[in-house]
Ligand binder design. Structure first.
Ligand code: SAM
Length: 327
């Protein structure tokens, strides 16, 4: 596990401060006044080093020989992810994108406990899956997780899962605020109407937390980058307005990703030909978009029915060929 790996902290190079100032170009999406205020911090890089954040941490560790994933690549596997993951080799996956069951009481196929178990059992199970996820990720590999807190139980699931992943040694990279604009939740239950005694807070958004293993940087070949300049400029702004998936009824799944969310995560955080894993693949949004964008994929779900849907979806998905040059 990563905890046992040795981190090296690179000393920041002094000339970087100057280099950054020369390379600075105003970004139309940024509030320039804010940036200028930030840049007034003197010796910023040295101070970052004193604070000891994770920006300069690098783990140099790669498998002795390239991992052969041919047995696993481009497959949907129907089983418990904890046991399947145990079979996947160390340091073999470039990016994990997932959304586990939320313990909300949702009606998933083949879930006899009806998505409602004691919170401590729920977190213990997730942690066993995360241990395997961290092990199979390559150094520099990314872990993107979307998870909804159960506000009505007052359980901050996204914070608890983030803590689990940090404790397993992953580095936090950032978070995407996924604005779904689903205002239909707005005017129903108020808690205590017009009284401070017990008002309910309403949310039209979710988070996607982004972690990485060993280094914030992920190396890859420049001819395997498929994000365009306009997409990059927009998507590094971490508030993404994307409507919820509208075809959940058609797939018979109650909690699917919209394809646009996965498209952005894959283009922003991975390269073509990378291996993408979703250990809770459901109706297969992650694997379908991975195929479309010329990545390899592994999808695991415990439900036969969802796995069949994910397979059908893959059959109908073709690899996208870009008509335009990347700019
Ligand atoms: C929130 S859904 C993921 C939906 C998926 N992102 C999509 O776009 O369809 C969680 C999934 O986890 C699956 N699941 C629950 N327990 C599991 C386990 N132990 N191993 C593998 N999959 C599991 C459920 O069947 C469900 O499809």
């Amino acid at each position: 596990m990563l905890k046992t790996m040795k981190y090296k902290t690179r000393k920041p190079k002094k000339h970087l401060v100057k280099e950054e100032a020369v390379q600075f170009k105003p970004n139309p999406y940024l509030d320039v006044r804010l940036l200028q205020r930030e840049r007034k911090v003197k010796n910023r890089i040295e101070k970052e080093f004193i604070r000891g954040g994770t920006k300069y941490q690098v783990v140099h560790h790669s498998p002795d020989k390239p991992v052969d994933l041919s047995k696993w690549s481009n497959r949907i596997i129907c089983s418990d992810s904890e046991s399947v993951l145990k079979e996947i080799p160390n340091d073999s996956i470039d990016i994990i994108i997932t959304s586990p069951p939320y313990n909300f009481g949702l009606d998933y196929d083949s879930d006899h406990k009806n998505d409602a178990v004691k919170w401590e059992d729920y977190f213990a199970k997730l942690n066993r899956v995360w241990i395997e996820c961290v092990r199979v990720l390559k150094i520099g590999g990314r872990f993107c997780i979307n998870i909804q807190p159960l506000f009505s139980d007052y359980i901050p699931t996204h914070h608890m899962v983030s803590k689990q992943l940090l404790d397993l040694g992953l580095l936090w990279k950032g978070e995407i605020l996924w604005e779904k604009n689903n205002y239909n939740c707005k005017y129903t239950a108020w808690g205590s109407w017009c009284s401070p005694s017990m008002p309910y807070l309403k949310y039209t958004w979710e988070f996607v937390e982004i972690f990485c293993k060993g280094s914030h940087k992920k190396f890859g070949s420049s001819n395997k980058i498929d994000i365009r300049g306009d997409e990059f400029k927009k998507w590094v702004y971490a508030k993404w307005v994307i409507a919820p998936e509208r075809n959940m009824k058609e797939f018979g799944h109650p909690a699917m990703f919209p394809e646009e969310l996965i498209t952005r995560l894959l283009k922003l955080f991975s390269y073509q030909d990378d291996v993408v894993l979703d250990p809770f693949n459901g109706a297969g949004t992650t694997t379908a978009v991975a195929k479309k964008l010329s990545r390899k994929y592994i999808g695991i779900d415990i439900s036969d029915e969802y796995c069949k849907k994910a397979e059908d979806r893959l059959k109908k998905t073709s690899v996208e060929t870009s008509l335009f040059q990347r700019v």
